[in-house]
Design a protein around this ligand. Sequence first.
Ligand SMILES: C[S@@+](CC[C@H](N)C(=O)[O-])C[C@H]1O[C@@H](n2cnc3c(N)ncnc32)[C@H](O)[C@@H]1O
Length: 491
Amino acid sequence: MTEFEMIAKTFQGLEEILAKELIDLGANGVAIGNRMVSFRGDKALMYKANFNLRTAIRILKPFLHFHADSADEVYEICKKVNWEQYMTLSDSFAVDAVVYSEDFKHSKFVAYRVKDAIADCFREKYGKRPNVSVANPDLTFHIHISHDDCTLSLDSSGESLHKRGYRQEAMEAPLNEILAAGMILMSGWDGKSDFVDPMCGSGTIPIEAALIARNMAPGLFRSRFAFEKWKDFDRDLFESIYNDDSKERPFEFTIKGYDKDPKAIAVAKRNAKAAGMLDMIEFDVRDFKDFEPIREKTVLITNPPYGERLSDDNLLGLYEMIGERLKHALTGGEAWIISYHYECFDKIGLKPSAKIPLFNGALPCELRKYEIFEGKFGEFRSDGRRLKKDDVPSRRSTTLRHKARLEEKKEGTDNVGKERKTYRKAGDSKPFRGDGERRTFRKDGNDGERKTYRNDGERKTYRKNGERNSFRNDGQKTASKRTYSKSGNKR
Ligand SMILES: C[S@@+](CC[C@H](N)C(=O)[O-])C[C@H]1O[C@@H](n2cnc3c(N)ncnc32)[C@H](O)[C@@H]1O
């Protein structure tokens, strides 16, 4: 298959881990940029990137690079594009614009001009224009402008890939799934030891950990990728990727998710059930102050409350308690904690062996690693033992920029409140699919074989004449939302 250029977008701080994911997936020419990684691959790789990547927000397929220094010039160039290569008059479309340029002040205006160009091309030929749909377009085009460098791309993902499809409900400030997965991948945890999130809220970190432990694709529960509406969609190819479970693996350790709030644990259980991971995670209502000693080598990853103000709910006291529990109950293990205020980290009172700048929504945060050993740090060193130099990304300049931004934020409480709002907004509280089912593919509309996923971790082949039954995560049968007929039309 022919190779083409692609761009995977991500959050600041996750670029290197995304590049590693892409290399593991077989991408060529992987190059890291700011909040993006460019790469090359064929159509199969584009499907796999959407289906398998844990730290990508979306995958773009560029099809035209050009120079322009005004929105009108962009319009003129877009008028010359043969849009019928990508869509028909009956397809609805949307245009997204990202602009970093002095010449183009308003990204929305650029998007309007590209929309006008597409609409005018069709109107001139057919006397009619295709519909624009913001909520649910058949195709989304993306224009990226940096100075006068313009790139037009097709968005192969559609809704952000953090919308895995398993989230039924969210508690306040849920962690974005992409960030949760990125933190786990950065820690190097791969399912070969116990794992715990003692403040798990809606369960995002334990659920992403369970998917990583079993090496299951995060796209399994998603109901749709934008490339499925493309003219060149290869249904058989995607079906073979979707049904390929050869890389899945068993998990022999434990994943625990605790929270002191019973409502959070109830929501976490619902989300885990929708992801088919409920039997892999031990959820329990527990205050971290009662955290009991764990088995050696346990990896703890958590996202404690940040609080809008340091004085909220004795936030500093909470971090002091976290430090005390880590020291006494996690001996021989390691902890990765993401937080926002330096003062909170100071209260933990342990020396971190890694500090990684990350953004949680608009909030500049840090992910810190603590290796917990017996005795005092000085004794540990004089023993000849040292903290391991981790295989974590080193981004000194980013760290400093990040630190400066953190300082800026610390100066005004108003700013903190404002950022916090954005952060909440970024959290996905809307269920994407509702039932969290893994969808099934059939070769035909009648007796074709279907593979589906069950709660016990096995994939089952299920066939039933013409009926749309499949197994749900709890092992019960339920009506499947999506299936395909031979003609490729959804039934
Ligand atoms: C920022 S939220 C975690 C969000 C979570 N990562 C998610 O994706 O939904 C922090 C969680 O810590 C919990 N929490 C606060 N203090 C706690 C304590 N002492 N012990 C256990 N959980 C606590 C809160 O109930 C809240 O659910």
